[in-house]
Design a protein around this ligand. Sequence first.
Ligand SMILES: [Zn+2]
Length: 190
Amino acid sequence: MSDTVVGPTKGGPTMVLRRFAAALVAALALAGVQVVSAEPAAAAARILYYDASQAQEFVAVVNQGAQIWNSRVTTVQLLPVPAGRTPNIRVYADNGWPRTYTSSLGNGYWYMGREAVNDGYYKPRIAAHEFGHILGLPDRRTGLCTDLMSGSSAPVSCTNPNPNSTEIASVNRLFATSAAVPAREFVFTG
Ligand SMILES: [Zn+2]
């Protein structure tokens, strides 16, 4: 009796189930192989959406800061948020110092502060620097213009808005591994 119910009768319920399971396993294996065999450089970059609509007179320079990173890193890209979607990053403007508040890697908000702009700091460098915090980089006050994350420790006359190779590599590594980054506040000066 039980043989007719659970036996591997061709076309019976158990056989159908086994065929389905085999197909599922094959599909999963195929998906797994595709993921594993992808070259790191060809892996899909993580997309972070930013909202610059409240950046007032700095919208263009915020977009420039995003483009600077997009043209240099491969594991993450900063895109303007589409309508109806919640951004990862919001950008504001006020009269204080430029500063960033991160909640986790790739998420947070930052201010394009007029205090630094009015002191003469180069606006594209400020924007790229603050995005750098969102992308997981801390301040490194080396005083060097070649370091994007040296911030206000570099001379006011510094007009380099580009991350250096070490900074680029750090961001690529952080997003390749989805590294955990604690919530922090970063202020452009101090
Ligand atoms: Zn900073």
